[in-house]
Ligand binder design. Structure first.
Ligand SMILES: [Zn+2]
Length: 444
């Protein structure tokens, strides 16, 4: 029998006892691995536009890709449906699961939706229309919002750049208790693994970033450049709670994939993820709550930019901006409210060009060295001490020393989005789809 590529996308699969989409995906992988499927890729963990307000707990969408016999899909679909049913409780209000099943090539409408979902708001109606026109087998409940992430994940094959995440899960009955991650083991691991892993520890506070804080089954997750390195790193982390299952994902985390669009101020829309180039038009000021605000202008349109309090020391950089500086704001667009207009919520700041700001002062007297006074409009300068006059002499210009360099600045690692490309990854791109998987990428 001939084998066919099957791809499954899923999103928003939460359960009242603390399940999440990646955890559910690991259960599906376990079932399918007992079947005779040939995995062509690691499960993909896809993060979408981080500015979307109604996401559940920053939950990522997942896709699975494998070869199976052509008629296998007929039995895989009901199996997945049954497993979701057992996993989520239908009356649990905050979950809107969506799963899609694709055979062979990804239709271009799905690709288009997937690209949109990285930086725009995708209406449910668009997802439903794509499913209908492409006749995509699917499962949805609640308001069906999970279908957006499911379609987005299935069509994102991570060709431009990708990273890996090893995720360890605890048993669902452990979810009420503390994870007991040994911070020192994480710091030691991070040091030993060097640039093969990233965003595990916040360097300025030594805060451990590999563990979530909710009651979900994720015990910890380690991000890195290769499947081998995240697996090796995981073996160095100690925790009080046991690992029940683990799996390696390929992901768009840490790639900056959501910030590929340069948008003019007049074209910005709420919840967009965009890069906006403009000149600083009002100097930064700190407002109540420790938020830092300034505005930029492009082609006569202006917009406020905000670096909020949790962005910590990043605000100190922002406060150094001066009128006329040219910047590229990496931002999520916050909608207007009663108290403020459309605002760029800064996720990063590229200082492109520093304005030439100078201090002008009256010239010094060439005869006695005292600072001269103006002798009146277009009459030059006079010295009040020795009486010297000069109509040719002009003001002296002293460039203002700037304590800021051009370049890219980001909030500290602890305040970055999952998708933010951290400075630790600058200049790094994983472009080639891995050929063959490591022999052990999950524990079941
Ligand atoms: Zn003088």
């Amino acid at each position: 029998m001939s084998k066919k590529l099957i791809q499954i996308g899923m999103d928003d699969i939460d359960s009242p006892v603390g399940g999440c989409t990646t955890h559910f995906a690991s259960i599906i992988v376990e079932k399918l691995s007992q079947w005779i499927v040939e995995w062509t890729d690691y499960p993909n963990l896809i993060r979408l536009n981080p500015g979307i307000p109604y996401r559940t707990r920053g939950n990522g969408a997942v896709s699975l890709r494998f070869l199976a016999d052509t008629d296998d899909l007929e039995s895989i679909i009901p199996m997945v449906d049954r497993l979701i049913h057992d996993y989520v409780k239908e009356d649990y209000p905050n979950t809107n699961p969506g799963v899609v099943f694709l055979e062979g090539k990804i239709p271009k409408q799905v690709k288009h939706l997937s690209e949109l979902a990285l930086w725009r708001v995708v209406p449910i109606e668009l997802a439903e229309r794509v499913i209908e026109t492409c006749k995509i087998p699917h499962y949805a409940s609640g308001n069906g919002r999970g279908l957006i992430g499911a379609l987005s994940a299935v069509a994102n094959t991570l060709r431009e750049d990708y990273t890996y995440e090893y995720i360890a899960y605890r048993s669902l009955k452990d979810c009420k208790h503390d994870r007991g991650i040994d911070g020192n083991s994480v710091i030691a691991m991070d040091k030993k693994m060097g640039d093969q892993v990233f965003s595990n520890v916040d360097p300025s506070t030594n805060r451990i970033l590999i563990e979530p804080h909710g009651p979900d089954p994720v015990l910890f997750g380690i991000r890195g450049e290769t499947a081998e390195s995240v697996l090796e790193a995981s073996q160095q982390v100690k925790s009080r709670q046991n690992i029940e299952r683990w799996m390696v994902f390929r992901s768009n985390q840490g790639t900056g994939e959501h910030l590929k669009h340069d948008v003019e101020i007049k074209n910005l829309r709420p919840y967009m993820a965009a890069v906006v180039k403009g000149r600083v038009e009002s100097e930064p000021r700190m407002i109540v709550g420790g938020h830092c605000i300034f505005s930029i202008i492009d082609r006569g349109d202006r917009i406020d930019c905000a670096a909020y309090e949790p962005s910590g020391e990043f605000r100190e950089i922002v406060m150094k901006l001066r009128m006329g500086d040219l910047v590229r704001a990496h931002a999520g667009v916050r909608p207007a409210s009663r108290t403020h207009g459309l605002t760029l919520n800064l996720e990063g700041l590229e200082v492109v060009e520093l304005a030439k700001t100078s201090i002008f002062s009256n010239p010094l007297c060439p005869q006695c060295g005292k600072r001269m006074k103006s002798a009146g409009k277009e009459k030059g300068y006079k010295c009040v001490k020795c009486g010297y006059r000069d109509t040719e002499i002009s003001r002296t210009e002293r460039p203002l020393a700037r304590d800021l360099l051009t370049g890219l600045y980001l909030p500290p690692v602890r305040a970055q989005r999952h998708l933010t490309r951290p400075l630790a990854r600058s200049g790094k791109t994983n472009r080639n789809i891995p050929y063959g998987l490591i022999s052990k990428w999950h524990n079941f």
